[in-house]
Design a protein around this ligand. Structure first.
Ligand SMILES: O=c1ccn([C@@H]2O[C@@H]3COP(=O)(O)O[C@H]3[C@H]2O)c(=O)[nH]1
Ligand SMILES: [Zn+2]
Ligand SMILES: [Zn+2]
Length: 248
């Protein structure tokens, strides 16, 4: 079953040229949105992808470029899509902060008895490291990432094949282990051009990966000056916003 990925955005948090780094994963007729940032509703609109084409949303952490579009989605599902309950895959450590620190301010409505995440979504709780079949032919595993101290954040392994960093500091040991063991064939990794990479992997850190592995690394979550770095990424390439990639 071929996994396909279309980035609805590839930009860093403050990018003004690219949408937020959020991904559509297509597998066996199922469509999973990885992260739903502030620009996700507009990006999907530009791609002519209706909300109802998405079967589930997975959240990696609660920065707004990853969850800022959730309020609009929740309201549209409730009031414009006849209370359609979309699946929402949430790491267990994010359940409390996603509602109480992020969405509750806009979505809570006691008069309509809307007081929790489950009142808007069909919440499916994921435990880190435990491989979970989210749809026939689509498995995901959450890997805790180092991003912001004391704030849970996750990278994802899709179908034991594609590593998707989301927002993560450079973790050379993990990346090499996944590559050398043959566990993952492709690595979609966030990339910050300035060094040091304080909360993201920096380009100079990623360039220390062995050359054969770099051929399997596709860079994402980049800032607006990406054009200055074309040809300066070793054997790594930049993923293009909106293009459909197949991972056989
Ligand atoms: O300790 C911090 C916290 C945040 N930031 C910036 O805010 C952004 C939030 O979204 P992001 O995680 O995609 O990227 C982050 C960085 O650009 C930072 O530089 N240092
Ligand atoms: Zn981000
Ligand atoms: Zn982040």
């Amino acid at each position: 079953m071929t996994l396909q990925i279309q980035m609805i955005g590839t930009g860093s948090a403050f990018s003004k040229k690219f949408y937020n780094n959020n991904a559509l994963v297509f597998c066996n007729g199922y469509t999973l949105l990885i992260d739903c940032g502030s620009t996700a509703p507009r990006a999907l609109h530009e791609l002519n992808i209706p909300l109802t084409d998405i079967d589930g949303i997975l959240i990696t952490h609660i920065h707004s470029d990853h969850v800022g579009g959730m309020e609009e989605f929740a309201f549209r599902l409730k009031y414009a899509c006849d209370s359609l309950r979309m699946k929402l895959f949430v790491p267990s450590s994010l359940l409390y902060p996603l509602w109480n620190h992020s969405l509750r301010g806009g979505l809570e409505n006691s008069s309509e008895n809307l007081t929790k995440l489950d009142d808007y979504f069909e919440v499916v709780v994921l435990e880190e490291q435990i491989r979970k079949t989210v749809a026939p032919g689509l498995d995901i595993q959450l890997i805790p990432s180092q991003h912001i101290p004391d704030k849970p954040s996750y990278s994802i392994i899709l179908n034991d094949k594609v590593f998707y960093s989301s927002d993560a500091k450079f973790n050379r040991a993990l990346l090499l282990e996944l590559y050398e063991s043959g566990r993952c064939d492709y690595f979609l990794h966030d990339c910050q051009f300035q060094s040091p990479g304080v909360v993201h992997a920096s380009l100079s850190e990623l360039l220390t990966l062995p050359e054969p592995m770099q051929e399997k690394v596709i860079l994402m979550h980049y800032d607006d000056h990406v054009g200055d770095f074309i040809g300066k990424t070793g054997s790594m390439t930049f993923i293009e916003q909106h293009k459909l990639y197949s991972f056989p």
